[in-house]
Design a protein around this ligand. Structure first.
Ligand code: IVH
Length: 676
């Protein structure tokens, strides 16, 4: 082959790998499976080995992953940038409304108004204005900390740089979506896979002059921190945004009730193709800010908003194999390897099959032609298989009765709440004893919402595991960096980057640490509750001495299932050693209650009976906002028992026996200076 042909081939491969990296590292949305990725990487390295004249700064021999974020300074959002929960149909919406009714303690006749806003599929940004001037522009980042991309955002014409309106707040973070119109994307097709990629890539240019060349647009739809905002609801706020010179979505609408939301949804979905930007659903926000405030957030998303996604794209392809993946909690998830197929601009070669029951119910077999659906960022899944086109010799798929990784028996647990056997089959081995579970636990440990070690991706965990560099979480802090520097694909700079990222994360909040341990049933929300309860890593570790006593974990929000799971965690010696080692390495920030001088400082509360016009969940938030805590059983340590209608007699009797102060609803609200 001629030199220029080789070079061309090499460049093509580098371009493809860069695209894979971008999707994997930047968007957390891999577009190829591991095998294909590794194959391409090896081909590039082999070409370089055979032809010394080949060179690219994007070669895997020069860098780890794709990390454009290194170019930008990190800045904390004054108010976190949350994401949204998804709804896929009427049932989800009714559920969403029901939860709101419950939380606000309203009955079904209460009419909720929503701001229904088509959800642009772009990149969100937060623009900080002080005294009418655009000061700083941040990307979303991990929601808590974004990148300072002020210079790039400033090139966008839709972003006002100076606002003179009298009613413009003294300070405000205006938030919205940066996107590219489909008509403008026509000219960028060569460079990017889709408009969203193009917007993201352009925003992250090192040189703002490069960003300027791309016709980026901005639509504003919400705010973060504010001082002096007068609007009382979302529609008024959107109107304000218009008056102040921002662009808002012309299809935004005020809608009441789920039925009307669905009518609006169908209309917009029908006209979707006619709109000059990509929308992937409609965001519904409770219009009234006062209600939004009362509803607050759960973990990463507000209770007062939801994204109603549009039906996805579908395609038909052949199931080449069914593989069993083992998750960090031991769940065996079947994955269909399918003949790669392009669904809505993304090459799909894997589709989840959810669990054993799903395979049985749909009778999915290797060799079948399947309809695969891909919706937004959700992992593609198999809708159905065509049994008429099936080979007569095809066999039913038998789910493994032993863990494919460690050979332990696989089990289906009995769920005490639903009184049914779980649909999910699990490896019965304990955590780190099963290789696959251990690797998944480590991936979770370093992941974004856990320790958040930048650059320590899934591939690196797998690789380091194979090389015996890490087996347990604490090993991450004792890595042999000399060895890493000399590994294929690594160098001094990439090794130093990793060392830096790891060291940075030695200071960590208790909440993140508990979450990163990957205790089953302890997600972000429960980790937060536990951290508030334990207050320090020391208390958390010492909990292992108490776990078998009865008087433990009387925390509202931590149920029997979670408690059992925490107990199991502490009953495992490997876990205890991990904690002991981590204690020596990490600096864990103790919890200091946000509002230390809150009206209910350090007092514990419990509610029994039905309250009037206020839900249990809201009472709990009120207590916590005022530095108290709510518990789930009456003990001597309880300070107040709040009683509503039809309280549980046993609880009241016990409270009297322990001489605990009993409050009715209005006495409780009086403590908070709220008059009912
Ligand atoms: S509100 C807490 N409004 O959707 C509220 N988001 O999954 C969150 N998005 O990161 C933001 N259009 O990038 C909101 N009208 C709209 C939106 C919108 C698009 C995006 C945004 C956000 C994501 C949430």
């Amino acid at each position: 082959m001629k030199k220029n042909q080789i070079e061309l081939q090499y460049k093509k491969k580098i371009k493809l790998l860069t695209e894979y990296n971008k999707n994997y590292f930047d968007k957390n949305n891999p577009i190829v499976d591991d095998n294909d990725y590794d194959k391409l990487r090896k081909e590039i390295l082999l070409l370089e080995k055979n032809y010394k004249f080949l060179f690219s700064k994007n070669s895997p021999s020069k860098k780890i992953g794709y990390k454009p974020s290194k170019n930008f300074k990190k800045v904390s959002h004054r108010i976190s940038m949350l994401s949204l929960a998804n709804a896929f149909g009427r049932e989800d919406l009714i559920n969403f409304e029901k939860k709101i009714f419950n939380f606000l303690s309203k009955n079904k006749d209460f009419i909720l108004s929503y701001s229904a806003e088509p959800k642009i599929d772009g990149i969100s940004a937060s623009l900080i204005y002080k005294n009418g001037e655009f000061k700083i522009g941040l990307s979303r980042g991990d929601g808590k900390e974004g990148e300072d991309i002020t210079a790039n955002l400033a090139t966008i014409n839709d972003i006002p740089k100076k606002i003179k309106s009298k009613d413009f707040p003294e300070e405000i973070d205006v938030r919205g979506e940066v996107y590219i119109q489909n008509s403008d994307f026509e000219n960028l097709k060569e460079k990017f896979a889709n408009p969203r990629n193009a917007a993201s890539g352009s925003l992250r240019q090192k040189n703002p002059e490069d960003t300027k060349k791309i016709p980026l647009k901005f639509i504003a739809y919400t705010f973060g921190y504010e001082k002096g905002l007068k609007a009382k609801n979302q529609t008024d706020f959107l109107k304000n945004l218009d008056d102040w010179g921002f662009k808002t979505n012309p299809l935004n609408k005020l809608v009441t009730g789920v039925d009307n939301l669905l009518i609006n949804y169908s209309k917009i979905e029908k006209d979707r193709a006619k709109i000059d930007f990509d929308i992937d659903g409609i965001v519904y926000k409770i219009n009234d800010f006062e209600l939004q405030k009362r509803l607050g957030n759960v973990a990463n998303s507000p209770r007062w908003a939801i994204a109603h996604k549009f039906a996805s794209n579908k395609a038909i392809s052949k199931i080449l194999n069914i593989e069993i993946q083992i998750g960090r909690t031991g769940a065996l998830t079947p994955v269909a390897k399918i003949k790669p197929i392009n669904i809505g601009g993304v090459v799909v070669s894997n589709a989840t099959l959810h669990n054993e029951d799903e395979i049985d119910r749909k009778d999915i077999r290797i060799g079948d032609l399947a309809t695969i659906e891909r919706a937004g960022d959700v992992i593609p899944h198999i809708l159905s298989v065509d049994k008429t086109k099936r080979d007569k010799k095809s066999l039913q798929f038998i789910f493994p009765k032993n863990c494919p990784s460690c050979g332990s028996k696989t089990i289906k647990e009995f769920n005490n709440v639903t009184k049914k056997e779980d649909a999910v089959r699990r490896c019965s081995s304990e955590g780190y004893d099963c290789e696959k579970i251990a690797i998944e636990k480590l991936k979770h440990f370093v992941s974004k919402e856990a320790l958040n070690i930048e650059g320590f991706g899934k591939k690196i965990v797998e690789n380091f595991w194979k090389l015996n560099l890490i087996k347990l979480p604490q090993d991450i802090f004792n890595l042999d960096f000399k060895k890493i520097e000399n590994l294929e694909g690594w160098g001094k700079q990439s090794m130093e980057n990793l060392r830096y990222s790891i060291n940075q994360r030695k200071n960590i909040s208790l909440e993140r640490l508990i979450y990163s341990l990957g205790i089953r049933h302890i997600g972000l929300e429960n980790a937060k509750i536990l951290s508030k309860y334990f207050k320090s890593f020391y208390n958390f570790i010492n909990f292992s001495n108490e776990i078998n006593s009865d008087d433990i974990l009387n925390i509202d929000g931590i149920g029997e299932t979670q408690l059992q799971s925490v107990k199991n965690f502490f009953n495992n010696k490997v876990n205890l050693n991990i904690l002991k080692d981590l204690q020596k390495i990490l600096v864990v920030k103790n919890i200091t209650t946000k509002n230390k001088n809150g009206l209910l400082n350090a007092k514990t509360f419990m509610v029994t009976g039905k309250l009037n016009g206020i839900s249990r969940a809201e009472v709990k938030s009120l207590i916590e906002e005022n530095s108290g805590s709510s518990v789930s059983t009456v003990s001597k340590k309880l300070d107040y028992l709040i009683i509503g209608d039809k309280p549980t007699k046993k609880k009241v009797d016990k409270a009297i026996e322990f001489k605990i102060t009993i409050l009715n609803q209005s006495q409780f609200l009086k403590l908070l200076n709220i008059t009912s």
